[in-house]
Design a protein around this ligand. Structure first.
Ligand code: F3S
Length: 400
């Protein structure tokens, strides 16, 4: 790779061991992927935060890096951790797990990483602008940043995003380059899309078909689509396949500016969503846990849920996960939701929290990504469907 004098100094350890380690990771990645040089980044978002996924080995790795003097040099945020820092006891999480999680957060904090703990940093003031280069690692946030915001990031791993934050740069390959941002799969959506869950089902179908291709959507029956629907579409495509960028005809910023379809792109039509709904649904009709907010819920979603819960009490455990800043901004909405017995949960989510310790068996959700991962990551059976049906399942304890 062509490195600048400053980058060579970093690699040789002239800025300390912590920075040297970061540059070693970045140079190794750059060489694997054929990057010619590094590109400066404006922000980083680091996944691999939950103690459930990292364990003691991950904790020691981070503490060691912090002890080597590593400090981030661009604004850096964290993905959801394993616990809600304020209400883990109330949610039934064990003290042992919470203490380990707090140690992990302290290691990140020592490196200057903001403990925002959300997969939707773009909703709380950390949205990169069009064309900005960043190093993000949460797959749903990567998809959103590239596609909806027109920023540029590869799908980083937690360590490579942290290394990029410490070095302030990332290897210049993949989705940082114009040549790799054009669509290679055109998807004509012929059915009408009605609910968030429809976008998750579509995300599953297209994610499986696309792998790491770049899809270009043409929605035949829907003219205006809410950003929250794209949030769930991107998250599920990233989970079921490894999609990191997509375009929507006439909607997403790059597709508005120029032709983003490769001449050799394959074309598919989606006429109904049955395959997606069937694949994401493995549950029983008795529901003891309902999880909404994957990716983390927006203010609009919280308002919708508050409306559905008005005057009702839940019989199953209901978590609505959202960024702490959104929860703070939601004010009375949180009170209205929690009056029903539901929990508005921050800093964590249904997949990275130690849900399996809480004894639930069957989860209902309207989130494609959560439905995709819950069986393997949390040992849960899943009922997958529209928001209203999920809220109703929380009230009655039944999927009906
Ligand atoms: Fe976010 Fe957790 Fe879903 S990190 S995208 S809420 S699995």
């Amino acid at each position: 790779m062509n490195l600048t004098v400053e980058e060579k100094d970093m690699l040789e350890g002239k800025e300390g061991e912590g920075v040297q380690k970061a540059m070693e990771i970045l140079v190794a990645l750059g060489e694997i992927y054929g990057a010619r040089d590094m590109i400066p980044i404006t922000s980083s978002q680091v996944s691999g935060v939950s103690y459930k996924n990292l364990g003691d080995a991950g904790l020691e790795f981070l503490q060691d890096w912090a002890a080597k003097g590593a400090r981030v040099r661009v604004p850096t945020t964290l993905n959801p951790a394993g616990v809600d820092i304020e209400k883990w006891k109330e949610l039934g999480i064990s003290k042992e797990f919470a203490e380990k999680q707090i140690e992990l957060m302290a290691a990140y904090a020592a490196m200057g990483v903001a403990a925002s703990c959300t997969c939707t940093p773009y909703m709380i003031g950390s949205a990169p602008k069009y064309g900005e280069h960043v190093a993000w690692s949460e797959s749903s946030a990567v998809c959103h940043a590239n596609s909806i915001l027109g920023a540029r990031t590869n799908r980083e791993g937690g360590p490579s995003a942290l290394a990029a934050a410490i070095a302030g740069r990332t290897p210049n390959y993949g989705l940082h380059l114009d040549a790799n941002r054009k669509a290679t799969l055109v998807v004509e959506v012929e059915c009408e899309m009605k609910d968030y869950a429809d976008y998750g089902a579509l995300g599953y179908i297209v994610g499986k078909k696309a792998g790491n291709k770049v899809p270009y959507f043409i929605f035949k029956k829907n003219k205006k689509i809410k950003t929250d629907c794209f949030k769930t579409l991107g998250a599920t495509m990233a989970a079921a396949g490894s999609v990191a960028l997509y375009h929507v005809h006439g909607v997403t910023p790059e597709a508005k500016k120029q032709n983003m379809v490769m001449s050799y792109a394959e074309k598919i039509a989606v006429r109904d969503l049955k395959e997606g709904y069937a694949a994401l649904d493995s549950g029983t009709d008795d529901i003891d846990y309902v999880a909404i907010g994957c990716p983390h819920a927006s203010l609009d979603e919280l308002a919708e849920i508050a409306g559905l819960l008005k005057g009702k009490k839940v019989s199953a455990t209901l978590w609505i996960t959202t960024a702490r800043k959104i929860k703070q901004a939601a004010g009375l909405l949180v009170e209205e939701i929690e009056n029903s017995g539901a929990h508005v949960v921050s800093d964590t989510c249904m997949i990275v929290a130690p849900i399996e310790e809480l004894g639930f068996k069957s989860m209902a959700t309207n989130a494609g990504k959560a439905a995709f991962y819950a069986p393997s990551h949390c040992g849960l059976k899943v009922r997958y469907g529209p928001l209203e049906k999920c809220v109703n399942a929380a009230i009655t304890g039944r999927w009906a």
